[in-house]
Design a protein around this ligand. Structure first.
Ligand code: NAG
Length: 211
């Protein structure tokens, strides 16, 4: 039988080591990224700068068809986030701009409108029901993981939306580019989307697709 004193001592020792060893796993960018993220940099070489990133104080570049820009603080550019399951982004949406319909497979998103008003935020559930609301400065909205969502700035001032994600490196699937910025043959597109040929050609041209 294990003596109670030995048991308590083992517990204390294991807690001590667990808290020391697993505080963080700063990304080692010199090694390739695997399915579980980046390997850990030697913790003794981690510095505070591995946990700090500047850049959210300036607008992201919105010179595009959507008048939308995005600045990420993800594990690939904020190494201290590696393995911690959370990340942040700054979205800028000009007057009349949109965040086009997209999803983040595997990541839930929580946004707060930091600047702007009359910004429609919405998502589409898997039963095709739309949940949308006009958001103003200070409003938050949650976009459940994997569901298509969008924003439209109908206000008269630029919108700034901060978005937190439930993974440190959320992926994004933009609906229009995933359909039209590829080399899938147009006749297959016609069959699989029921869109007509001129519309497919127009959108392939806009997004840089071929075939
Ligand atoms: C913003 O993006 C556009 C389009 O990609 C590019 O031409 C322009 O140089 C960028 N502006 C800045 C300030 O980076």
């Amino acid at each position: 039988m294990i003596s109670p004193i030995f048991f308590v001592v083992s517990l204390i020792v294991s807690c001590f080591y667990a808290s020391n060893v697993q505080d963080f796993c700063v990304a080692d960018y010199t090694a390739p990224q695997g399915p579980a993220g980046y390997p850990c940099k030697d913790p003794a070489r981690a510095t505070v700068d591995d946990f700090v990133r500047s850049g959210f104080g300036v607008p992201s570049n919105t010179s595009n068809v959507y008048k939308f820009g995005f600045t990420p603080a993800f594990a690939f550019n904020l190494p201290g986030l590696n393995g911690l399951g959370v990340s942040l982004g700054r979205a800028d949406v000009e007057v009349g701009g949109v965040v086009s319909i997209h999803s983040h497979p595997g990541a839930t998103e929580l946004v707060v409108v930091a600047e702007g008003s009359s910004i429609i935020g919405g998502f589409i559930a898997s039963n095709n029901k739309v949940y949308q609301k006009i958001l103003n400065k200070g409003d938050t909205m949650v976009l459940p993981q994997g569901l298509y969502h969008f924003f439209v700035n109908q206000g008269t001032t630029p919108g700034i939306i901060y978005a937190a994600f439930s993974t440190e490196g959320p992926t994004v699937q933009l609906m229009d580019p995933s359909l039209f910025k590829n080399d899938l043959a147009s006749d297959i597109m016609e069959k699989t989307t029921l869109l007509d040929a001129p519309q497919i050609q127009k959108l392939k041209k806009l997004f840089g697709g071929t075939n």
